[in-house]
Unconditional design. Structure first.
Length: 127
């Protein structure tokens, strides 16, 4: 899971595609996968990992954070992985709460803008 997330942060589209289970035909969805990988990813929190019905199945529940249009969002997914020939592959997942805006602390009108422009919030994004 962490390797797949790092591949998203590093824009390693081929790695993400290769870690899908062959039955997913990820190569056929390469454009959509590339668009997802090239997002502005900022944080991964692994919430839980658990064994599946046998030693070759496992589940990882995680929160992933990303920024879009100067706002931070998160989603939660429970991913299913299967192990074949000693390698783990992503096979599918169940998403929850997508997308949720991440709560931000209150920004005062005279505080520096959260977008990093160097301007006061009231003269930038707070206008």
């Amino acid at each position: 899971m962490r390797a797949r997330y790092c591949a998203h942060e590093l824009n390693l589209v081929d790695f993400v595609i290769q870690t899908y289970h062959p039955s997913c035909n990820a190569g056929g969805d390469a454009d959509a996968i590339a668009q997802s990988v090239q997002g502005d990813w900022s944080k991964l929190e692994v919430v839980n990992s658990e064994a599946g019905s046998n030693d070759n199945e496992g589940f990882v529940t995680f929160n992933a954070y990303f920024t879009e249009d100067k706002r931070q969002y998160s989603f939660t997914e429970k991913s299913r992985f299967v192990k074949e020939d000693g390698q783990w592959f992503y096979i599918d997942g169940e998403m929850y709460d997508y997308p949720l805006a991440v709560k931000k602390t209150m920004v005062g009108r005279n505080d520096p803008c959260t977008c990093g422009s160097g301007k006061k919030f009231k003269k930038c994004c707070g206008a």
